[in-house]
Design a protein around this ligand. Structure first.
Ligand code: AMP
Ligand code: TRP
Length: 332
């Protein structure tokens, strides 16, 4: 059976981008068709300055939203990364396979480190090594497919390179995974700045729809989305990024095609109204289930504990095999 692994960092409140770019497909497709593991990758939240209490709260909230979105513990494994030691344990071995040069070429590292330096902040070493930990997350489960948004494809390419290199050097140990992107809305853009990604760690702004935003807030944000000069509704990501973003969001919510949908509108206002309606409809059940989940924290703890046990059971022998392959003495 195909093995799937993916994760979300608890670095902010989940956005519509997380939902349409990742979560929705995990729920609707992946958990039904594969042996799927989905993780709140909390170790990845520590690469930048963070408040411990906030990381803890966001980790719980992220787990609750994953379940509220429809991940079903009877169908898939939901767990917190730091509960399973194998991730950090394997990461070190992979640091011995990765090179300094290839990590410095990662676009996210270049962008984030440049931003930190410009602000006079120091850059944590873990920001550079982060894609190696992500590689460990994936390889520890002999994952076949990694469903992620477009921004993560370079990291999955690195994962493939490291898996191939490790296998060549030390013998077949890891499965070489591939990234899979959703057909539409692989990259949901900020409603106020449609040339940049709608990101949960960005400063809270009018351009970001959060999954837990109230209905009228969602509507307001979408109705005030920046559109492009001109009046015609056409699907053109380059020339009309604002309109294209709305069309992609609408298409993702309604399982439609953005170019076809464009033909149905003759004004930006009508497009915005339908997009707002579609998003509100998609988020409604999610918000209701979230309220029920946070009312019973004990039940969620049980789900996460059982998820971690199952994850450990899969990862442990794989990581043990990797330790033996590189020449470390078995603990016996
Ligand atoms: P992150 O928020 O960076 O932890 O990402 C969690 C998942 O959501 C990853 O698979 C991302 O690729 C996806 N994702 C995050 N933001 C967006 C976005 N604006 N559009 C599409 N996918 C996204
Ligand atoms: N780096 C991913 C992101 O920023 C999150 C992540 C960490 C991940 N480990 C992973 C995604 C393993 C897929 C598989 O979105």
């Amino acid at each position: 059976m195909t093995r799937i692994f993916s994760g979300i960092k608890p670095t902010g409140n989940l956005t519509l981008g997380n939902y349409l770019g990742a979560l929705r497909r995990w729920v609707q497709v992946d958990q039904h068709q594969a042996d799927a593991l989905f993780s709140v990758v909390d170790l990845h939240a520590l690469t930048i300055e963070h408040d411990p209490a906030r990381v803890r709260a966001l980790s719980r909230r992220t787990a609750a939203l994953m379940l509220a979105a429809g991940l079903d513990p009877a169908l898939c494994t939901v767990f917190v990364q730091s509960h399973v030691d194998e991730h950090a344990r394997l990461s070190y071995l992979l640091e011995c396979v990765a090179t300094d040069g290839e990590l410095r070429r990662m676009i996210q590292y270049k962008e984030k480190s440049a931003r930190a330096r410009a602000a006079g902040e120091s850059v944590r070493f873990s920001l550079l090594s982060y894609p190696v930990l992500m590689t460990a997350d994936i390889l520890a489960y002999r994952t076949d497919e990694v469903p992620v948004g477009e921004d993560q494809t370079q990291h999955v390419e690195l994962t493939r390179d490291l898996a191939v290199r490790f296998n060549q050097r030390y013998g077949e140990t890891f499965t070489v995974p591939k990234a899979t992107a959703p057909p539409v809305a692989a990259r949901v853009m900020d409603l106020q700045d449609p040339t940049s990604k709608m990101g949960k760690s960005h400063e809270a702004g009018a351009g970001i729809v959060y999954l837990l935003d109230d209905v009228d807030v969602v509507r307001k944000k979408i109705m005030r989305a920046v559109t492009d000069s001109g009046r015609e509704v056409t699907y053109d990501r380059e020339a009309r990024p604002g309109v294209a973003n709305l069309l992609e969001i609408l298409a993702a919510c309604r399982d439609g095609d953005p170019a076809v949908l464009a033909g149905a509108y003759d004004s930006y206002g009508a497009l915005k109204k339908d997009t707002a309606d579609a998003v509100i409809e998609v988020l409604r059940p999610l918000r209701e289930r979230y309220a029920a989940l946070v009312a019973d924290p004990g039940a969620m703890d049980t789900v996460l504990r059982e998820g971690a046990e199952r994850a450990r059971g899969i990862a442990r022998p794989v990581v043990d095999a990797a330790y033996a392959a590189v020449g470390l003495v078995p603990a016996g």
